[in-house]
Design a binder for this molecule. Sequence first.
Ligand SMILES: C[S@@+](CC[C@H](N)C(=O)[O-])C[C@H]1O[C@@H](n2cnc3c(N)ncnc32)[C@H](O)[C@@H]1O
Length: 277
Amino acid sequence: MLDVKTLSPVDIKNMSYNEIIGLVRETNRTPGGSKSVAYVTQMCGLKAGKTVLDIGTSTGITALELAMFSGCDVIGVDINENSLSEARSRAKKLGLDGLTKFINNDVTKLTFSDKTFDVVFCGNVTSLLDEPDKAFFEYARVLKDTGFLVAIPMYYVKQPSEELVKNVSKAIRVNIKPLNKDYWVKFFTRNVFERFIVKDFLFDYISDKDVNAFCDMILARPHLQEMSSEAFETLSRVYREYMLLFRDNLSIMGFSILILKKSDPEIEYELFTSHEI
Ligand SMILES: C[S@@+](CC[C@H](N)C(=O)[O-])C[C@H]1O[C@@H](n2cnc3c(N)ncnc32)[C@H](O)[C@@H]1O
């Protein structure tokens, strides 16, 4: 567990946004938050007895809501131990520690047997990985033949400036490639997967006032008051900068809830497909 009292301003400056999330115990939601989780729960027919793998679970809210909404068993995996430890303590507080487990596992080399899960939920994680293809084949491997793969990729709907892409890449320590929706639909609709559902959304624009009010609320958390005043000042500045940067970035982005199902070789694919109007 991270000891906040020992953190220096330099430690804070060197942290990626993912590490800051673990430090401030931010609720790191999948795009669309609870609304997306409820939709997926319904569309994938999740209920008690089903098992879900939540990829890049961070502080665990998606995994916890999947268990809460449906009574299914969920394993959340991540490589950030601070975020996992926050997820475990949230599960305990919510009385969901019987249905959820949070374990340290690299999604490009999962330690689960083949065909373990009814649903693999990968939110907006795959685009942030160094080896997205490797992760995709791991999702396919651990999914049961009757299973669903859920991905909620975010993508630009307007051309971002080079500076914006550079700043966001630096914040999350990932070299962002500005990819569009079609890229992600094609990325996931291959190998053993066929398209089941594609539902599109745009992010709302959040004002400076609302971003700052959110930052004030997060920074008032009791455990952060144990930091040295210099480290806390750095955290306040860095956290606000991150949130304003993400607001600017999300204002030109959208996301899609993609639900893919494993193809059954005995049943021919659907020729007369349709789309919502
Ligand atoms: C954007 S956050 C969480 C996304 C959120 N759960 C969602 O549904 O969109 C991405 C998370 O992936 C984790 N992560 C990055 N690389 C990983 C890897 N190779 N294996 C497991 N988790 C990884 C990070 O630590 C971080 O907590």
